[in-house]
Design a protein around this ligand. Structure first.
Ligand SMILES: Nc1ncnc2c1ncn2[C@@H]1O[C@H](COP(=O)(O)OP(=O)(O)O)[C@@H](O)[C@H]1O
Ligand SMILES: [Mg+2]
Length: 388
């Protein structure tokens, strides 16, 4: 179903993105690594799922969002290890594999195989300290060889890979080792925070020998207005629901070309009609706004300068959603009655770009056009200012 709100797994549920999926599949076949970049809810996880399912390797998905915590500047190495082992455990069960990989892990941890298969945290957690960084390398080598023995490629997906930069582990050495010794392995990174992820990868690329080499980047754009409309029409047709032109136009104005919001809208609207409730675009929008508001509030509240970040967001909004540096500085300073130095405003704007909250076009800073983001950002900023 086009309107199912989970990340898609199957191409029949995915609208378009054929070019991007082919690029990922082609990279995998050539044993090249890739990075799928784009803002939140644009469909990164979905296209990686579909592409990797179609290629049919043995896949280990390391979903970095499971570690995500806005209050934390750094994640513990042990928490990362636990995530890796858990992800390996899931893959082993899914593909009914095991053998050498399980033996390796249980040997290092000093636990019995059953404890690992059941992922018994009581037994695993106290032993995580035994897992050294080089053991991560050996683990991936074992996985690589196991996949090879099965005639498959090992695919390792780091979903939301910018979070790797918060883990106290030397990833340069780990990725280098995989690149050099695991010839049967392909890594795919995804990230919302385009510039941070680019930076993480760029840093790696500077360090020889591995990172002088090429990681293919695939940027996922928003749907065009024509695609967005077509997506909604096809989705409603699939649901067997008649929707007026007016409703479609209104949804396009509110949700712009963000696949995640269009899916949310389509799903809620269809659900209401099927259950005999009058669908209400405003309350569907409200739900989406709440989601963004929470995300933005978390970011602002745990940042260095909650008041100033809020003022900057509000300033761009008051300037029509698009403004130059000196304008942002002036309006933001007057909102909080505190002269914020221009270089500081510049730095903060860049950080907001890093986190995918705003975009830069030439010398102007832009709030997102979709209403959930725009209104969510404004509400979060007002609430934070109200609390200080
Ligand atoms: N091309 C697409 N066709 C249909 N649904 C999509 C498409 N891209 C994204 N979605 C939907 O949008 C939402 C966000 O997708 P997801 O893959 O989780 O995005 P991301 O990983 O970039 O945050 C999900 O509900 C997903 O089902
Ligand atoms: Mg995702």
């Amino acid at each position: 179903m086009l309107f199912s709100t989970r990340p898609k797994e199957d191409r029949k549920d995915l609208y378009d993105r054929e070019k991007e999926i082919e690029t990922i599949k082609d990279s995998i076949r050539r044993r090249e690594w890739s990075a799928v970049l784009g803002i939140r809810r644009i469909g990164k996880t979905s296209i990686v799922n579909v592409a990797t399912n179609e290629v049919g390797g043995i896949k280990v998905v390391i979903n970095m969002m499971r570690l995500y915590d806005p209050r934390k500047k750094k994640y513990l190495k042990e928490d990362f290890l636990k995530l890796v082992l858990e992800s390996v455990n899931e893959a082993i069960k899914k593909y009914t594999l095991g053998g050498r990989v399980v033996r390796f892990i249980t040997n290092v941890l000093g636990i019995d195989e059953e404890a690992f298969i059941n992922f018994n945290l009581v037994k695993i957690k106290p032993k995580l300290k035994r897992f050294r960084e080089e053991d991560i390398n050996y683990l991936f080598r074992e996985l690589n060889d196991m996949a090879k023995d099965n005639g498959k490629t090992l695919l390792i997906v780091f979903d939301e890979a910018q979070e790797l930069s918060k883990v106290n582990v030397d990833f340069t050495s780990i990725f280098h080792d995989i690149y050099e010794y695991c010839l049967n392995t392909v890594i795919i990174y995804t990230g919302s925070m385009v510039r941070i992820l680019n930076n993480v990868l760029k840093d790696m690329q500077y360090r020889e020998p591995f990172f002088g080499r090429y990681i293919r980047t695939i940027e996922l754009p928003k749907f065009t207005p024509e695609q967005s409309k077509d997506f909604l029409l096809k989705g409603f047709e699939e649901e067997g629901i008649m929707v007026s032109e007016k409703v479609i136009e209104e949804a396009l104005l509110k949700f712009d070309g963000i696949p995640g919001w269009l899916t949310h809208f389509g799903s809620e609207y269809s659900f209401a009609i099927k259950h005999g409730v009058k669908p209400d675009i405003e309350s569907i929008l409200e739900k989406a706004i709440e989601e963004v508001k929470e995300e933005v509030k978390n970011f602002i509240k745990y940042s260095q300068s909650p008041v100033r970040y809020s003022a900057i967001f509000l300033a761009i909004d008051r300037l029509g959603g698009r403004a130059k540096l000196h304008e942002v500085k002036k309006v933001a300073s007057s909102i909080i009655n505190d002269e914020v130095p221009e270089p500081r405003v510049y730095e903060m704007l860049n950080r907001l770009i890093d986190y995918g909250f705003i975009e830069k076009e030439n010398d102007e800073y832009l709030l997102p056009k979709d209403e959930p983001s725009r209104i969510g950002i404004v509400k979060a900023s007002m609430e934070v200012l109200g609390e200080y």
